[in-house]
Structure formats: C-alpha cells, structure tokens
Design a protein around this ligand. Sequence first.
Ligand code: NDP
Length: 326
Amino acid sequence: MKAPVRVAVTGAAGQIGYSLLFRIASGEMLGKDQPVVLHLLDLPQAQTALKGVMMELEDCAFPLLAGMVATDDPNVAFKDVKVALLVGARPRSKGMERKDLLEANGAIFTVQGKALNDHAARDVKVLVVGNPANTNAWIAMKSAPDLDPKNFTAMLRLDHNRALSQIAAKTGKPVAAIEKLAVWGNHSPTMYADYRFATIDGQSVKTLINDDVWNRDVFLPTVGKRGAAIIEARGLSSAASAANAAIDHIRDWVLGSNGKWVTMGVPSDGSYGIPEGVMYGVPVVCENGEYKRVEGLEIDAFSRERMDLTLAELEEERAAIAHLFG
Ligand code: NDP
C-alpha cells in the first residue's frame, strides 16, 4: 500500500465540501490505490457541522481514508499537505459591494497563502474554487513567496465541462469524443469558451456546427450564465458539478490528462498577449504531475476581443486588492 497523501479542503462543512469529500476519500481524485488523510478547515462556527460530515465519512468505512484532521486554523490545516482545495470563501451578501467582497476574500486568501507557504509540502498543488476564484488564487500565490507560483491554480474546469456538454448536445456526439476545447480567462460570465480548435473523431467542431451566431448568442451566454441558471432552477448554487470539476482538475494534474486538452487557471507566462502573472484560464495538457500550456494557437479578432474582455475584468479585480501587497 502507498503512503497516505495529506489533502486539505477548506470550507469543508459547506455544500461543495459535502459533494467533494466522499469522492476524494473513495479514491476518485488521486487513484484507487492512494490512501488519503483529509485535513478539513472551516470557520469556528462551522465546526459542529463539520463533525457531522466527519461522522458520515467514518460511516462510509472507506478503505483509502487513512485519517482526518478537523481545524479552524490554516496553519494546522495545511501542515504537510500535497494537495489543497481552497473552497471556502466569503459569499456576497445582500447589498455587499463587489469591492467589499474582494476585500473580505483578500483577507482570507492572504492568511491561507501564508499558511501554505509556511507549512505545506514544497510541491503542494493548490486549486482555488472559492469565488472570485482567479483573484483569490492570485492572492494566495502572492502570499506564498517560498512556493513555486506554478503550484497555484484556479478552477476553470467547470466552465470547460459545461462547454463540452453544450457542444455534445448541439452536435449529437458523445462528450468523450470532443478533443481540444479551450476556455480562456476568468471563472465568471466573461470566460471565453473557444471551440475553434476542437475536434470530434478528427472532424472540426467549428465546421460541424457552422453557426457563428449560435456561438455568440447561445453557446457563450449559456456557458457563462450557467451558474445563475442553476441557482434560479434549484434555489441553491451548483455544488455537485463544482465538486466534480475540482476532482477532474486535480486528478488530471496529478495523474495526467492522457494527451487531452483541459482548462486550468494558471499564472500567465506572457503568451497570448496576457500579461505575465495574471491568473488566467488556458488550455493545458498534464503529464508527470505538471501542466504544460498548449502553445502557438492562432487568436482571431473575435477571440482577441473576448480574451481582452475577460482579462480586463481580472485586472480590475486585481487593482481592487493591489493595496494588500503594498
Ligand atoms: P459552497 O460550498 O456552495 O461554495 C463555496 C465557494 O465555492 C463559494 O465561494 C462559491 O462561490 C464557490 N464556487 C466556485 N464555483 C462554483 C460553482 N460553480 N458553483 C457554486 N459555487 C462555486 O458554499 P457554502 O456556503 O455551502 O460553504 C462555504 C463554507 O466555507 C462554509 O462552511 C463556510 O463556513 C466556509 N468558509 C470558510 C472559510 C475559511 O475556511 N476561512 C472562509 C469563508 C467561508 P459563489 O459564492 O460565487 O457561489
């Protein structure tokens, strides 16, 4: 049996946590032969609910669950972890300004970035799910100067999966047959899902669909506003699909994407006209525990416009919290 891997989940008593933890403990994220120790972080007032979740985890008798740690202290939660899923974030309350939301999350992710810096394994893989995910990931990365910036990522995989399922429905082809989809930018309605390079059984998806009006007026708004549509229908925000995307993201990063393009929010290297350091969704391929950007894609005028729009939103978010870093 392999040695257990320590996995931290923040906001562990929340909705997404409830969909996430059982799948991690069953081996769906790191493999069916990889024991895990779960480090569960939540606020002091959520500790009782967290105990309940832990009782349920115990009652599943997962053979791969080698232990659990519950805490409200990030310094304990991130001790020696190799994977950290930062799910907990301050939700926007009624009447709250966007600036105040960024500020409140700035405080949370500064503390968590520093705790990762001081206590996590040096090769820790960090995925930020809590919104605004890209900016929160950027704050955590900046607060962890001793860790490689490449270890910090934001979740764009839900946008990627949503786009895949819309394309499958439109073309009548199975989701698994779709290759080379890209999603650019921020995890927000401004994200740009781009199927210009996508193929199904070697055929171009753009040619198969052959409808630029559908792309602009149906596909992009449907994917971009999917979260709001789910809240409208369910009365609660998406949780199982967000947890599923987090599992997909880490599984592919750790175990490889088998040559498939997947989307990750990663610090920009300056390519595609995105300034260096911006936490921006790009297509990547994962192998040997590392992601590699897909390079050299042609950016046409429509794509440039969409990519710049989502970049502008990220730069605005970053400007609102820039004072945290002097
Ligand atoms: P959820 O588990 O539903 O959501 C957690 C975060 O994930 C939110 O920021 C949410 O953003 C975000 N998110 C990202 N993508 C998605 C998506 N596609 N669908 C839904 N959410 C998405 O929230 P709960 O309120 O149920 O639970 C949050 C938990 O976090 C609570 O237990 C709370 O106590 C804890 N918490 C912990 C903190 C800490 O550890 N320091 C700090 C703050 C909270 P959005 O709000 O935009 O939906």
